[in-house]
Design a binder for this molecule. Sequence first.
Ligand SMILES: Cc1cc2nc3c(=O)[nH]c(=O)nc-3n(C[C@H](O)[C@H](O)[C@H](O)COP(=O)(O)O)c2cc1C
Length: 310
Amino acid sequence: MSRLATTLCGVSLRNPLIAAAGTAGYGPELAEVIPGSRFGAITTKSITPESRAGNAPWRVTDLPGGMLNAIGLANLGLERFLGEMLPELKKIDSVMIGSIAGHTIEDYVEVAAAFGDPAAAVLQLVELNISCPNTASGRQFGDDPALLSEVVSASKAALGSKPMLVKLSPGSPDLPELAVAAVRAGADGLTVSNTIPAMSIDPETRRSRIGRASGGLSGPAIHPIAVRILHEVHTRLMDEDCLVPLVGLGGVLSWVDAAEFTLVGATGIGLGTALFIDPRAPRKIERGLDAWVRRQGATGIQDLVGTFEA
Ligand SMILES: Cc1cc2nc3c(=O)[nH]c(=O)nc-3n(C[C@H](O)[C@H](O)[C@H](O)COP(=O)(O)O)c2cc1C
């Protein structure tokens, strides 16, 4: 068996590399450029019940340390996703993760129920994107422990036995507390984390470089922050005796970045911005990680998860 083979929430992955939500299209678009077999898993774009056009342009801009985006959950909507995309996902040689989003608890429940249906068996895992504003309160689901618990438990009940990751939203000051709330409400694993709220202004026009005042920062600039957050979440979940598998996500460009996430407790390693920069990144990271595991004298990468010592 490969040194990089791993298990995430009971699902076997050939390696820990996971294409991040929204950076792989629905899955087939990425598989046209990079074979699905390079990834342990591929996450779809976040799906809402209704189709959404998303925000006005510009939605993405390059910055020295990464990318700033304000896509606004543009997607086909649940019905077209199920009818047009699910058959295509079956052709991809990777584990598929369905990403769920919404603006009300009912939205999440509707998509979770459809993803839990036997007709959606190609989605072996799901991920809850909770970085969405709640229509009723205006607050993000991921910023408030009570709202977070409500959306997680309702989604899990609608989904059934399929494993569910909850993708934390890093805007909140006490992420470990939110992590514990998500696990206690039924999350089988956590993805840590989404983009970090940020701004970029063109001094000549005095306007934002994207279509809204602020957006989400991804890429190398956020990697050390994501490592710190993952470490804090892992430590708190251990202290509270409720550790679940974690996916490290944020600014991974090289095997060194991926190894850092492994050491602070990540079973899965997300890749987003890296896929826009270099289609060979997954292969290079896979090779580098494999050599690192061998140099460490470990049988497999799973033996190195969470072995960081301060
Ligand atoms: C263009 C773009 C679109 C994204 N769309 C989604 C999305 O639909 N759902 C989601 O949960 N995250 C979305 N994200 C966030 C990524 O999944 C990931 O959390 C973030 O980019 C940090 O990882 P990275 O630094 O490796 O890119 C998007 C990111 C980018 C850059």
